[in-house]
Ligand binder design. Structure first.
Ligand code: TPS
Length: 211
């Protein structure tokens, strides 16, 4: 199946200025987000599951894929589109065995070796970064633009870039063959989530904002 990775929102309720995650996700989709990842690092299993059920209602309404961060069990329980894992979660090959061929598997990579390994292990797409300094994930290894170019050349999988992506840099990636932007704070922490998403999408696609 073909997915549109153009603008991939990764959620973080701690950074939101409104208190409804479902409302934030809906605004992001209305602004043009093409994929949503539910990322919850603090919640109990039950609370995470309940959030996933609620967010899935919104993503289903707009036919937008929902990806669950790290929790394969929750992804399967809510029939999410897929799961996204990092280098310290279960190994990608093991996750692929558990989820089967019909769920999407995303893997974080910050080096050429990690990217090639993830592709061999059955990943469907890569989240490459952190491209720029980010306060959202403090343990993320950094990736230079040169390394990104090498990763792009080394794998055939779709790649989204992540980490410090904002309107100042969103325009740099499409010409390098990158499939999309994965964004936390530059969307979720904004007071107008819909407008923030729309602007990033235009910048990624190479459209200047007209005032
Ligand atoms: C698709 N990750 C790397 S940097 C970062 C996260 C969550 C924070 C970015 O925040 N690729 C995908 N999903 C993930 N969860 C990761 C990588 C891991 P900000 O946009 O505020 O800088």
């Amino acid at each position: 199946m073909n997915f549109d990775y153009t603008l991939y929102l990764v959620t973080d309720r701690q950074l939101m200025s409104c208190d409804s995650l479902t409302e934030a996700v809906e605004q992001a989709i209305l602004g043009g987000c093409t994929m949503i990842q539910l990322r919850e690092k603090e919640l109990s299993s039950l609370e995470f599951y309940n959030q996933a059920v609620a967010v899935k209602q919104v993503t289903d309404k707009y036919h937008i894929p929902l990806i669950i961060n790290d929790r394969i069990d929750i992804a399967m329980a809510v029939q999410a589109t897929g799961v996204h894992i990092g280098q310290h979660d279960l190994p990608a090959a093991a996750v692929r065995k558990v989820i089967g061929e019909n769920m999407l598997l995303g893997v974080s990579a910050s080096s050429i070796a990690e990217a090639i390994q993830a592709q061999q292990d059955g990943a469907d797409y890569l989240g490459v970064g952190a491209m720029f300094p980010t306060g959202t994930k403090t343990d993320a290894d950094s990736v230079s633009m040169e390394e990104l170019q090498k990763i792009r050349a080394a794998v055939s999988l779709p790649i989204v870039v992540i980490g410090g992506i904002n309107k100042g840099n969103a325009g740099r990636f499409k010409p390098m063959g990158i499939d999309g932007l994965a964004v936390v704070s530059a969307i979720i922490a904004q007071s107008d989530i819909k407008a923030a998403a729309a602007e990033l999408k235009d910048l990624f696609c190479g459209k200047e904002k007209k005032n």
